[in-house]
Design a protein around this ligand. Structure first.
Ligand SMILES: Cc1cc2nc3c(=O)[nH]c(=O)nc-3n(C[C@H](O)[C@H](O)[C@H](O)COP(=O)(O)O)c2cc1C
Length: 224
């Protein structure tokens, strides 16, 4: 099983983080999580999940939030200011990291190597060690600064995976939209999940009997 870092920054999109955490733990992976102060605010606003900043107290609350109490995976939570945590060092090997959601501020600090806490430091480590780093920004519209920062992290080896679900799977619920983004995140980290539904082309139209001949159609003129 793999070891993955889950960073949650203060952008909108907490449900994506919930689904990714649940899937990682259900698949039996080890998850090392870090949440910025703004990330905690957004979790409270969007998910009603009020965290204290005390990692011992917040850890079970996060597992319950992800509905992963019975999951075989292991979950560890670090404080954003705990820059002495193992994930702050390249000597501690991890299989990859995702920042979901990723704020413009966190994106900018990662792009410029200006770590202000554990989340950015862990991302910095992934880049320098050439490990998989997936950033999931959520912003609209994008400024030139956002775009340049996305270019910089891409040049440094990260994957920018915007939180923008497609509609070609005909989603019927918000959960379907969340799952589409979460599935792509997991696939980008090399984690198999049933959330990832490959596009196999449009459904063939149902057969409703022979079409009535169109006198003007090319077939009538023998062209096939
Ligand atoms: C409810 C809420 C939603 C927010 N949504 C976004 C967002 O979608 N994208 C973004 O870049 N910042 C968003 N912000 C602003 C960031 O939280 C803010 O810039 C913060 O300083 C980012 O800090 P961090 O990068 O340390 O997490 C939001 C803030 C709040 C309170």
């Amino acid at each position: 099983m793999g070891i993955y870092v889950l960073g949650i920054a203060g952008a909108s999109g907490a449900p994506y983080a919930r689904r990714v955490l649940e899937q990682m733990l259900m698949a039996g992976h080890v998850v090392k999580a870090v949440i910025t102060d703004a990330g905690r605010k957004v979790l409270a606003v969007e998910e009603g999940l009020v965290l204290t900043g005390n990692t011992e107290a917040d850890r079970p609350a996060l597992i319950e939030w992800a509905e992963a109490s019975d999951a075989p995976g292991t979950f560890e939570l670090f404080h954003h200011k705990d820059v002495a945590a193992p994930i702050a060092s390249g000597s501690f090997a991890v299989d990859g990291m995702v920042v979901v959601p990723c704020s413009g501020g966190t994106l900018g600090r990662i792009a410029h190597g200006m770590s202000n806490g554990l989340l950015e430091r862990a991302a910095d480590v992934c880049l320098k060690e050439r490990r998989r780093l997936v950033l999931v920004p959520r912003e609209m519209p994008l400024s030139l600064i956002h775009l340049r920062n996305m270019t910089a992290v891409t040049e440094a080896g990260a994957i920018v995976l915007p939180a923008s679900p497609g509609f070609y799977h005909n989603p019927e619920s918000i959960d379907d939209l969340v799952d589409m983004v979460a599935g792509r995140i997991l696939a980008s980290l090399g984690i198999d999940s049933r959330l990832m539904k490959p596009w196999l082309g449009p459904e063939p139209p149902s057969y409703s009997g022979p079409a009535s001949p169109d006198p003007a159609s090319p077939d009538e003129e023998g062209i096939h």
